[in-house]
Design a protein around this ligand. Structure first.
Ligand SMILES: *[C@@H]1O[C@H](CO)[C@@H](O)[C@H](O)[C@H]1NC(C)=O
Ligand SMILES: *[C@@H]1O[C@H](CO)[C@@H](O)[C@H](O)[C@H]1NC(C)=O
Ligand SMILES: *[C@@H]1O[C@H](CO)[C@@H](O)[C@H](O)[C@H]1NC(C)=O
Ligand SMILES: *[C@@H]1O[C@H](CO)[C@@H](O)[C@H](O)[C@H]1NC(C)=O
Ligand SMILES: *[C@@H]1O[C@H](CO)[C@@H](O)[C@H](O)[C@H]1NC(C)=O
Ligand SMILES: *[C@@H]1O[C@H](CO)[C@@H](O)[C@H](O)[C@H]1NC(C)=O
Length: 495
C-alpha cells in the first residue's frame, strides 16, 4: 500500500465514524418525564378514548309505559314482534359509538336472556315462543359491526322472592352474573347501581364478591358503579360533569348508593390516590325506557351535554331506548345522525393547523421529541408538548395566524393522561385578552367561548398550576356553527 492509499483509508474510516456519531446524535431523544400517580389501567385508557357509548333500556317497562316495574308484570306482555338488534347496532355505528350496554335485567326482575335460575324471563314470553334471547341477539349484532358489549344486571329485584334474604339473593345474583359473563364472549363494561327497595333496608349487596367474580371471568372489563372500581358515576343523570373534573379520587371515601358523595364524584379529587374516571349517563329522551308520548332531545341540548361530559374529561353514556316493536324509533335515529354530523362538522377541521406555534420552552430543546408540533398530530395520548421544567408555573403555548385572522368559538385542549392528570388551572387568551379561566383539563377539555365567535390573530393557552410539568397532547381551535351563546357579543372584545 502507498502512503496516499493509507491516507485515503484513514480519511474514509474517520468520515464513517463521524457519520455514525452524527446519526446517533440525531436518534438520541430526551426521555419522557416520570409519571405522576395514579395512572389509568389499559382498559380505562381504552374506555376513555371511546368518548360516546350507548345504553339500551329495554324490558317489560317498554310495554307498560313505565320507568320502574313492580316485579308483578306477566312475561306474556313482552312481545317485540319486530325486534332487530342489527338496527340498534347500525344506529350505534352511525353515531360513532364503539360500546353498547344492554339492561339484561332492570329493577322489575324480568330477564332478557333465558336464565337457568328463574322463569321470569323471555322464556315465559310469547316472543319467539319463549325461545328468544335478547342478550344473544344484542351481542351478535354488536360484534358483527366491531362494537364492544356491556351489560347491566340490576341488583334491585322486585320480582324474585329471594330478594331481602342476603345469602339466598346474593347467590342468585352471582349465579346470573356467571351466566352473563360466561355465555356471551367478551364483555367490556358491567354496570352496577345501588338501588334498593325501601322495604328491604336489610338487604346487603355483596359487592366485593360480585366484583371479584367479574374480574375473574372478564380480564379487560371495566366495572362501573357510584364508587368504581374502574369507572365512577358522575353523580347525576343529566349528563353533566363538574366544571372541575379529576379522574383521580379517593376510593376509601366512596360507597355505593350513598347520596352524600354526589358532589365528590362529580368533581373528583386533585389529591385522589385512585384513578376512577367519571361516566355521564343520560337519556336521549326524558325517560330511560321508551314511551310513546316522549320525543328525543333537541340537537342543541345534546351538544350541550356533549360539551359538559366529553368536554369535561368524561365518557358520555347516552341511552337510546328501543320501542315496543323492538326497534329504535326513527326520530331517535335521525337525532343521533344530526349529533354525529354536528360533532364531525365542528371537530374535523382544526384552525390551529394554519398557525405558527410558539411555546415557553420545551423539554430537551427543539429536537428532544417533545416540541409543540406534537399537539397538532393525530396521537392524543403518547405524543405531547412537554415544557421546560424550569419554567415552573409559567408555561404557555401560543398559536399565531400566518396571515389574516382565524374565526373560531371553541378551544380544545387535551392532556397526555397516560402519564397522569396534572393541570389544576389554565387560562386562554385571545389577542392578549383573557377569555377562559378554568381548572382541570384531563383527557379532553372543550371551551365554548362565551363571547361567541371570535376573529383573532393569536391564541395563547397558559398553564397556571399543575402537578409537576403539564403534558399537552393536543390543541384545537374550532368553529361550532350550532353554538349560540346567550349574550352574543360577536367578536367585540373590550380591553
Ligand atoms: C314459574 O315458576 C313458578 C314456580 O315454579 C310457577 O309457579 C310459575 O307458574 C312459573 N311461571 C311460568 C310463567 O312458567
Ligand atoms: C316489598 O314491597 C313490595 C310491594 O311494594 C312487595 O311486593 C314485596 O314482597 C316486599 N318485599 C319484602 C322483602 O318485604
Ligand atoms: C332488619 O333486621 C333487623 C335486625 O336483624 C330486624 O329487627 C328487622 O325486622 C329487619 N327488617 C326487615 C324489614 O326485615
Ligand atoms: C356516605 O358518605 C359519607 C361521606 O363520605 C360518609 O360519611 C358516610 O359514612 C357514608 N355512608 C355510608 C352508609 O357508607
Ligand atoms: C385523598 O387522599 C389524599 C392522600 O391520602 C389526601 O391528602 C386527601 O386529603 C384526600 N382527599 C380528601 C377529600 O379527603
Ligand atoms: C318503532 O320504530 C320503528 C322504526 O322507526 C317504527 O317502524 C315502528 O313503527 C316503531 N314502533 C312504534 C310502536 O312506535
Amino acid at each position: 500500500m502507498t502512503i496516499s492509499h493509507n491516507l485515503l483509508y484513514i480519511v474514509t474510516i474517520f468520515f464513517t465514524l463521524f457519520q455514525l456519531v452524527f446519526s446517533l446524535n440525531e436518534q438520541m431523544k430526551t426521555t419522557p418525564p416520570l409519571p405522576i400517580l395514579p395512572l389509568p389501567s389499559y382498559s380505562q385508557l381504552k374506555w376513555q378514548q371511546r368518548e360516546i357509548i350507548m345504553f339500551f333500556h329495554f324490558g317489560v317497562n317498554t310495554f307498560t309505559d313505565s320507568e320502574w316495574g313492580t316485579g308483578h308484570e306477566s312475561p306474556s306482555i313482552f312481545n317485540p314482534t319486530g325486534l332487530n338488534a342489527n338496527q340498534w347496532a347500525d344506529t350505534a355505528a352511525q353515531a360513532g359509538v364503539s360500546l353498547m350496554i344492554l339492561t339484561a335485567k332492570h329493577h322489575d326482575g324480568f330477564c332478557l336472556w333465558p336464565s337457568k335460575y328463574t322463569n321470569h324471563s323471555v322464556i315465559g314470553s310469547p316472543w319467539k315462543n319463549g325461545h328468544g334471547d335478547v342478550v344473544q341477539e344484542f351481542v351478535n349484532a354488536a360484534k358483527a359491526r366491531g362494537i364492544d358489549v356491556g351489560l347491566y344486571l340490576s341488583p334491585w329485584d322486585r320480582h324474585d322472592s329471594r330478594y331481602g334474604q342476603n345469602k339466598e339473593y346474593n347467590e342468585y345474583y352471582l349465579a346470573q352474573l356467571q351466566e352473563l359473563l360466561n355465555r356471551y364472549g367478551g364483555v367490556r363494561e358491567i354496570w352496577f347501581d345501588g338501588a334498593k327497595g325501601s322495604n328491604a333496608t336489610n338487604m346487603t349487596y355483596y359487592f366485593n364478591d360480585w366484583f371479584s367474580m367479574v374480574k375473574e371471568l372478564q380480564s379487560t372489563i371495566n366495572i362501573f358503579s357510584d364508587a368504581g372500581p374502574d369507572v365512577r358515576w358522575v353523580g347525576n343523570e343529566n349528563g353533566y360533569a363538574g366544571d372541575t373534573c379529576w379522574s383521580t379520587i379517593n376510593a376509601t371515601s366512596l360507597s355505593i348508593g350513598n347520596a352524600s358523595i354526589a358532589n365528590y364524584i362529580n368533581t373528583g379529587d386533585s389529591r385522589g390516590t385512585n384513578w376512577i374516571p367519571a361516566e355521564c349517563d343520560v337519556s336521549i329522551r326524558k325517560g330511560w325506557f321508551w314511551h310513546k308520548s316522549q320525543k328525543p332531545k333537541k340537537l342543541s341540548e345534546l351538544l350541550d351535554i356533549y360539551y359538559k361530559s366529553v368536554g369535561r374529561n368524561c365518557v358520555l353514556l347516552l341511552n337510546v331506548p328501543p320501542n315496543t316493536t323492538g326497534l329504535i324509533s326513527e326520530s331517535d335515529v335521525q337525532t343521533l345522525k344530526q349529533l354525529r354530523g354536528a360533532i364531525n362538522t365542528i371537530f374535523s377541521f382544526n384552525l390551529a393547523e394554519n398557525c405558527h406555534v410558539e411555546v415557553s420552552g420545551t423539554r430537551g430543546g427543539k429536537n428532544g421529541g417533545f416540541g409543540p408540533e406534537n399537539v397538532l398530530d393525530d396521537d392524543h395520548l403518547w405524543t405531547y408538548w412537554a415544557p421546560n421544567e424550569e419554567d415552573k408555573e409559567n408555561y404557555w403555548i401560543e398559536f399565531k395566524v400566518k396571515s389574516g385572522k382565524i374565526k373560531f368559538n371553541v378551544v380544545r385542549i387535551q392532556e397526555a393522561i397516560g402519564l397522569g392528570q396534572r393541570v389544576k388551572e389554565h387560562e386562554v387568551y385571545v389577542d392578549g385578552i383573557k377569555v377562559v379561566k378554568e381548572t382541570t383539563i384531563g383527557y379532553k377539555r372543550l371551551h365554548r367561548l362565551k363571547l361567541g365567535i371570535v376573529e383573532a390573530h393569536g391564541v395563547r393557552i397558559k398553564i397556571v398550576k399543575a402537578k409537576g410539568t403539564p403534558l399537552i397532547s393536543s390543541v384545537g381551535l374550532h368553529f361550532d356553527p350550532f353554538w349560540k351563546p346567550k349574550v352574543d357579543v360577536t367578536s367585540k372584545m373590550v380591553h
